[in-house]
Write a protein that binds this ligand. Structure first.
Ligand SMILES: NC(=O)c1ccc[n+]([C@@H]2O[C@H](COP(=O)([O-])OP(=O)(O)OC[C@H]3O[C@@H](n4cnc5c(N)ncnc54)[C@H](O)[C@@H]3O)[C@@H](O)[C@H]2O)c1
Length: 288
């Protein structure tokens, strides 16, 4: 039987490199996807012949779609695992003022740079869209079950005032997995998110790394504990798993405020399904 195939984005460094290495050791063929060819090639060649570097900018749909097609073909028409992990911090801060707020020729304020949302959230949604397509086409080669993992953050459960877009994107990932995880699992695809606390990587500004107290560091081995939990259980889906120090915590959504909200959250799905005719026709919404 052919080996299972994984793609990890942002695998040229930090958490992605750690997860790619872990999956490789568990017998996966692993695609190291990263914007940076120097680090990406290095990680792939250190792993060995069942690893391949594919350069990709996840914020370009074309680039990510090409990544999936190439990975699927390299894996022998098979894809089993996707870790949407590439991420960046805020490239422009919402609080900017003065000469950082530029006007265009019409005197209108130029938009905020929202690259963080494209890389950290939109690319994750497109990645799930692409992953589902290729998992469904993996049956003949021995696959057909899929594991999707996205890297959210502790900032997606709490907040990080220094990076409001980062916080919004990481919250968005949790919404994505909680909404779609219970649906995708019906066809054998689990959809989960990890929410790491502080892991020293290249993402963290050097000044922060220098001052960070050792007791508040989460090791990469804790990420692998969550990955192992997802691999071991085909019914584990829609989960946001917080990673802090040596521990992993399965975090529930907030409790319902009252019984009416509980009814809407748990009992109204049939009405919504019929209204949206899920899977049958394009959504129709009053005049929009
Ligand atoms: N380090 C932490 O403490 C921490 C905590 C919570 C969440 N995270 C998240 O973990 C993920 C990985 O971050 P990390 O800490 O390992 O950082 P890192 O900087 O070490 O690794 C990120 C990798 O993503 C790549 N990348 C960036 N933009 C890309 C793009 N457009 N297309 C493809 N690759 C791209 C970079 O080249 C880099 O190799 C991110 O989503 C980050 O938000 C990190």
């Amino acid at each position: 039987m052919s080996k299972p195939v994984a793609i990890v984005t942002g695998a040229g460094s930090g958490i992605g490199e750690g997860v790619a290495t872990h999956l490789y050791s568990k017998g996966f063929k692993v695609v190291i996807a990263d914007l940076n060819p120097t680090t990406g090639e290095k990680v792939a060649s250190n792993l060995g012949p069942d690893a391949k570097f594919i350069q990709c900018n996840v914020s370009s749909y074309h680039s990510q779609a090409l990544l999936f097609k190439q990975a699927y073909e390299w894996g022998g028409n098979r894809l089993d695992f996707f870790h949407a992990n590439a991420g960046i911090d805020d490239r422009q801060v919402l609080y900017d003022s003065g000469d950082k707020e530029e006007l265009d020729d019409e005197g209108l304020l130029k938009p905020l740079n929202t690259q963080t949302m494209q890389v950290n959230l939109e690319a994750v949604i497109q990645g799930l869209w692409l992953f589902k397509y290729y998992v469904r086409r993996s049956k003949e080669a021995g696959g057909g079950k899929g594991k999707f993992v996205a890297t959210s953050s502790a900032a997606g459960l709490y907040s990080m005032p220094q990076c409001p877009q980062y916080t919004a994107a990481k919250y968005g990932i949790i919404g994505l997995v909680r909404a779609s995880g219970p649906v995708f699992v019906k066809e054998g695809i689990t959809v989960n998110a990890i929410c790491p606390a502080f892991i020293p990587t290249n993402l963290c500004p050097p000044e922060v790394l220098k001052r960070w107290p050792k007791e508040h560091i989460t090791p990469l081995s804790t990420v692998n504990k969550a990955i192992d939990a997802f691999l071991a259980d085909d019914s584990l889906t829609g989960q946001a798993v917080e990673l802090s120090q040596e521990n992993i915590y399965f975090r529930e959504q907030v409790d319902y405020a009252n019984e009416s909200q509980r009814w809407i959250g748990t009992q109204s799905h049939e009405i919504w399904d019929e209204g949206y005719a899920v899977g049958k026709q394009p959504l129709k919404r009053n005049g929009y």
